[in-house]
Design a binder for this molecule. Structure first.
Ligand code: IPD
Ligand code: CA
Ligand code: CA
Ligand code: CA
Length: 271
């Protein structure tokens, strides 16, 4: 079986695993701060995915949020980038609105991406050059929109942050309205399926966006950092995703704001 087909089966199996596992008790721990949670199910699902990839493809490499692949510093060969549960806070508080996200890169080039909305059992997927799909239905190319007529995903935490909040505030004021699904992968999948028009984040990790970037690109959208720079798939960065028109419009808010650019450089360095 080919990598893309294998990946789609694997992510569906991971969804079945989570849905069964969550019927039993699970432990919740705090990571870096009391609002940064992780559960047994995050760890077990990452191990489930990791073991199955290596069983099938012993020479592939895997980066996962919960500890796999911390030593990986280059993109040579086949690299799987895995978020076993994206939206752990939703998982803990709501038992819904969370996703599994898997992106595959070959020699640093996007190859395929899968995002499973676990409780709705919707699979968003794409292979580079072949279009994006929600289950078996091909997604239409995202329509170009102006910010004033758009819904954009922004997490309110960025809007109230010192030094950068003023720029996010302008975007919020100028948009038709905002949404935040609590899972960056679902924000990106929802941008690809056109039910929101863009998504902005000051900081995401590779496992949050590895799959979403590929799926959105295959639906005709663009993803860069907030300064319009290319994202390095091995690094944390800000993320600006959307249809080409809103992507261009939103970028201006950030690149033309010196205070924001300084804070961004301080947080993420020079490109
Ligand atoms: C988080 C979610 C959330 C985003 C955070 C991520 P996690 O991922 O994607 O929507 O705002 O920045 O860390 O920790 O639930 O996998
Ligand atoms: Ca996390
Ligand atoms: Ca995540
Ligand atoms: Ca996660």
């Amino acid at each position: 079986m080919e990598i893309y087909e294998f990946g789609k089966h694997l992510i569906n199996d991971a969804g079945v695993f989570i849905r069964k596992r969550m019927l039993q008790d699970f432990k919740v721990d705090a990571k870096l701060n009391p609002n940064d949670l992780v559960t047994d199910v995050d760890h077990e699902t990452e191990a489930f995915i990791y073991e199955r990839i290596l069983e099938r493809y012993p020479d592939h490499r895997i980066i996962g949020e919960e500890g796999h692949g911390t030593d990986i510093e280059d993109t040579e060969g086949v690299l799987w980038i895995v978020d076993p549960i994206d939206g752990t806070l939703n998982f803990v508080h709501q038992l819904q609105n969370f996703a599994v996200s898997i992106g595959v890169y070959i020699d640093g080039e996007p190859y395929c991406g899968m995002i499973l909305d676990v409780m709705n059992d919707n699979l968003f997927h794409a292979r580079a050059g072949e279009g994006a799909y929600k289950n078996d239905v091909r997604l239409k190319h995202v329509a170009d929109t102006k910010l004033a007529q758009s819904l954009v995903c922004v997490n309110a935490n960025w809007v109230v942050k010192d030094h950068i909040g003023q720029t996010f505030t302008k975007v919020v004021k100028d948009a038709r309205s905002t949404r935040s699904y609590g899972s960056a992968a679902l924000d990106l999948a929802n941008t690809a399926q056109g039910i929101v028009n863009g998504a902005l984040f000051f900081r995401l990790h590779p496992w949050d966006y590895a799959a979403g970037m590929i799926i959105l690109a295959e639906a005709g959208g663009l993803t860069t950092n907030l300064l319009g720079e290319e994202i390095d798939i091995l690094k944390k960065d800000s993320v600006l995703a959307g249809n080409p028109s809103i992507h261009k419009e939103l970028q201006q808010y950030f690149i033309n704001d010196d205070k924001f650019v300084r804070s961004h450089r301080k947080a993420h360095g020079e490109k």
